[in-house]
Design a protein around this ligand. Structure first.
Ligand code: 13P
Length: 257
């Protein structure tokens, strides 16, 4: 099985130029020192860091950089926006698309996200595509149908060759930044469901090979129990990715499996 294990840190809107460089230097040093298994590390940083951090980690295998968003059009009069082509031009390889904070605060809907996925793939970026239900959807037992619709509406137009280049991140909105993690059983149940949806639409083989990350209050204490689940292939880490010790310890969870 060629499923990739990934630990991705989403810095969100944190870290200025110098403190960002400090964090990267520390984290790369510590992770390299402690990591024994094949785990891919991704740093999803604010735009101002992309170019310099990409240069810093360019010679390190298993370390990669991601943008946290890209615009859905190729280029043009979109003041304040950044295109997939620009992101790719500084050597970045990944881009987060569909994070719940952008769905909520920037009102990004499934149709728009489908366009962002397309333009990212056209530019040979790997989308880390986020899905996940809100608290009221879970409480009313709509969590499976919500996640299924998010997958259908933004990814089902892709070909089998295209979908192979997508990483998924299940991030239940009620677990993000709340300290309330999904239990390993809840997360596993949803990850297995997501894999079954992808298998039914694309193929068993594609679904088996797809990396599905968990995100939402993942920390050094709960990472091992989450990552030991059969269908959880790593994490998309928010708060804990801002501290090099915690981010490293989350990687170490893989060593202990
Ligand atoms: P927290 O780890 O801070 O809950 O954030 C998760 C997240 O949104 C990662 O994209």
């Amino acid at each position: 099985m060629s499923r990739k294990k990934i630990v991705a840190g989403n810095w969100k809107m944190n870290k200025d130029y110098l403190t960002g460089l400090e964090l990267i230097s520390e984290a790369v040093y510590m992770i390299k020192d402690e990591l024994h298994r094949e785990v891919t590390t991704v740093f999803a940083t604010p735009y101002i860091h992309l170019s310099s951090i990409q240069k810093l980690i360019a010679t390190e295998s298993n370390f990669h950089v991601a943008a946290q968003n890209c615009h859905h059009e190729k280029a043009g009069a979109y003041t304040g926006e950044i295109s997939a082509e620009m992101i790719k031009s500084v050597g970045v390889e990944y881009v987060i698309i569909g994070h719940s904070e952008r769905r909520e605060y920037q009102h990004e809907d499934s149709k728009l996200l489908a366009k962002k996925v397309d333009i990212a793939l056209e530019n040979k970026l790997i989308p880390i595509f986020c899905i996940g239900e809100k608290l009221e959807e879970r409480e009313t037992e709509k969590h499976f149908s919500t996640v299924q619709s998010q997958l259908e509406e933004s990814l089902f137009h892709l070909t089998n060759d295209q979908i192979k280049n997508i990483v998924l991140a299940y991030e239940p909105v009620w677990a993000i930044g709340t300290g309330k993690t999904a239990s390993p059983e809840q997360a596993q149940e949803m990850h297995a469901f997501i894999r079954s949806v992808m298998a039914a639409k694309f193929s068993e083989e594609i679904a088996e090979d797809m990396s599905i990350l968990y995100g939402g209050s993942c920390n050094p204490t709960n990472a091992k129990s989450l990552f030991s689940q059969k269908d959880i292939d790593g994490g998309l880490i928010g708060g804990a990715s801002l501290k090099s010790r915690d981010f490293t310890d989350i990687h170490i969870a893989f060593n202990e499996l």
